[in-house]
Design a protein around this ligand. Structure first.
Ligand code: OSB
Ligand code: MG
Length: 375
C-alpha cells in the first residue's frame, strides 16, 4: 500500500427514526443519533466510518455522541488531517496515548482502514484477513409488551430465515418469555442478553434459565465486572457471553484467564477499531472461544464495517448484523444490506463496499463539522 495524505475530514451527525421501539434492560430507543465520518485523501479517495456511542446518555458504556464528537474533531485536527500515513495501522499509534474513548477512536481508525482499502482497490475483508462472500446472521429482539407479542415477533423473524434469535431480558422479564418462546420453537437456536441487569444475588434465579437451553446468556452482570462473570460461570450450565466488558486485548485475556466468557460478542466500535478487533479475534480463536459480530443499531456505514470484520475465521456463530431495512425506512447508504436465508452478503467492491446517499445524509443531518487544513 502506498502512503496517503488525509487533507480533509467531515463528521455528519445524522438522526434516523427507528422502525421499531427497541427496549433493553437499560432503556428504550426510538431513534438513533450517529456520527458518520468521511475522510478525504489528497488523491481523491475517501474513507467512511460510523461512531456507535450512545445517542443520549451513557447507558451501554461511557461514551455519548454529544461528548465524543468534539473529542473526535480534536483528534482529527491534531493527529489526522494534514498528516501522511504509510499504513492504516499507523493510526493506532497516533491515538494510542489517549486513554479510553474507544468508540471515538474506533470511528477514526475504521475510516482510515476503509480509506486504505479503497485506495488499494481491495475489499476491507481482504485487508483485515477475512474470507468468504457472506456471513451467517441472527437477530436481536427487544423487550415486548407481552409474551404473545414476543412469540409472534420471534415467529416472524424465524420465517425471515435468521439463524439465531436473541431476546433482550431484564429482571421481571426473563424466564417467562424465554420459556414461552422455547415451548413454541423447541429446536430454535436462542440466546438472551441482559445488558448488565443482574448481580450475583440473582444466581439462583439465573440457574432456572438453564432449563430453557440457551446457546449462551450475554452480559448478565456488571458492564465492567469480569470477575463476577467468572464466578457466575461456575454456577450456571448455560455458557456466558461477554459484550460490554470486552474492550481490548487485555480485557479479553482477563476474561479468558478467569473463564468468564465461553463466547465473545465483538463490536469493533467498543474495542477501539479494526486492529484491536483483529488482535482479539486471534486470541479468542487460539483459545477455541467462538466470536460473533454484535450490532449497535448501525446505519449501512457501520453495518458494512461489521460485515467485513465478521468474515474473519473466529466468527463462527451467527451475529446481530440483521437487514438494514429492519431498522430504517431509508438508510444513509445507497446499497441495500439485506439478509437472505440467514446470510448477509459482503458488499462487493473496494473498502467497505458502500457509498453515502448524500441527499439522505443532508436531510437527516443535525450537525456538520468540517476539519480542513486550509481553514
Ligand atoms: O447489547 O448487543 C447489545 C443495541 C444497542 C446497544 C447494545 C446492544 C444492542 C443490540 C442490538 O442488541 C443489535 C443490533 O441489532 O444492532
Ligand atoms: Mg449485548
Amino acid at each position: 500500500m502506498t502512503a496517503l495524505v488525509i487533507d480533509r475530514a467531515e463528521i455528519h451527525v445524522v438522526e434516523l427514526p427507528l422502525k421499531f421501539r427497541f427496549e433493553t434492560s437499560f432503556g428504550v430507543e426510538t431513534s438513533r443519533v450517529a456520527p458518520i465520518l468521511v475522510l478525504h485523501g489528497a488523491d481523491g479517495s475517501i474513507g467512511l466510518a460510523e461512531g456507535v456511542m450512545d445517542s443520549e446518555w451513557p447507558l451501554y458504556r461511557e461514551e455519548t455522541v454529544e461528548a465524543a464528537v468534539p473529542l473526535a474533531q480534536r483528534m482529527l485536527e491534531h493527529f489526522v488531517v494534514g498528516r501522511s500515513f504509510e499504513t492504516p495501522a499507523e493510526i493506532t499509534g497516533r491515538l494510542g496515548h489517549l486513554r479510553g474513548n474507544r468508540m471515538a477512536k474506533a470511528m477514526i481508525e475504521m475510516a482510515v482502514w476503509d480509506l486504505f482499502a479503497r485506495a488499494a482497490d481491495r475489499p476491507l475483508r481482504d485487508v483485515l484477513g477475512g474470507a468468504g462472500d457472506a456471513i451467517a446472521t441472527g437477530v436481536s429482539l427487544g423487550i415486548q409488551p407481552s409474551i404473545d407479542d414476543t412469540v409472534r415477533l420471534v415467529a416472524s423473524h424465524v420465517d425471515l430465515g435468521y439463524k439465531r434469535i436473541k431476546l433482550k431480558i431484564k429482571p421481571g422479564w426473563d424466564l417467562k418469555p424465554l420459556s414461552a418462546v422455547r415451548a413454541a420453537f423447541p429446536s430454535l437456536v436462542m440466546t438472551a442478553d441482559a445488558n448488565s441487569a443482574y448481580t450475583l444475588d440473582d444466581v439462583e434465579h439465573l440457574q432456572r434459565i438453564d432449563d430453557v437451553g440457551l446457546d449462551y446468556i450475554e452480559q448478565p452482570l456488571g458492564w465492567d465486572d469480569i470477575a463476577d462473570h467468572g464466578e457466575l460461570a461456575r454456577s450456571l450450565a448455560t455458557p456466558l457471553c461477554l459484550d460490554e466488558s470486552i474492550v481490548s486485548v487485555e480485557t479479553t485475556r482477563l476474561a479468558l484467564e478467569l473463564e468468564a466468557a465461553k463466547v465473545i460478542n465483538m463490536k469493533v466500535g467498543r474495542v477501539g477499531g479494526h486492529a484491536e478487533a483483529v488482535a482479539i479475534e486471534a486470541i479468542a480463536r487460539a483459545h477455541n472461544v467462538p466470536l460473533w459480530c454484535g450490532g449497535m443499531l448501525e446505519t449501512g456505514v457501520g453495518r458494512a464495517h461489521n460485515i467485513h470484520l465478521a468474515t474473519l475465521a473466529g466468527f463462527t456463530k451467527p451475529g446481530d448484523v440483521s437487514s438494514s431495512s429492519r431498522y430504517w425506512e431509508h438508510d444513509v447508504v445507497e446499497q441495500p444490506l439485506e439478509c437472505v436465508d440467514g446470510m448477509m452478503a459482503v458488499p462487493p467492491g473496494p473498502g467497505i463496499g458502500v457509498t453515502l446517499d448524500v441527499d439522505r445524509v443532508r436531510s437527516l443531518r443535525v450537525q456538520h463539522i468540517v476539519v480542513s487544513e486550509r481553514e
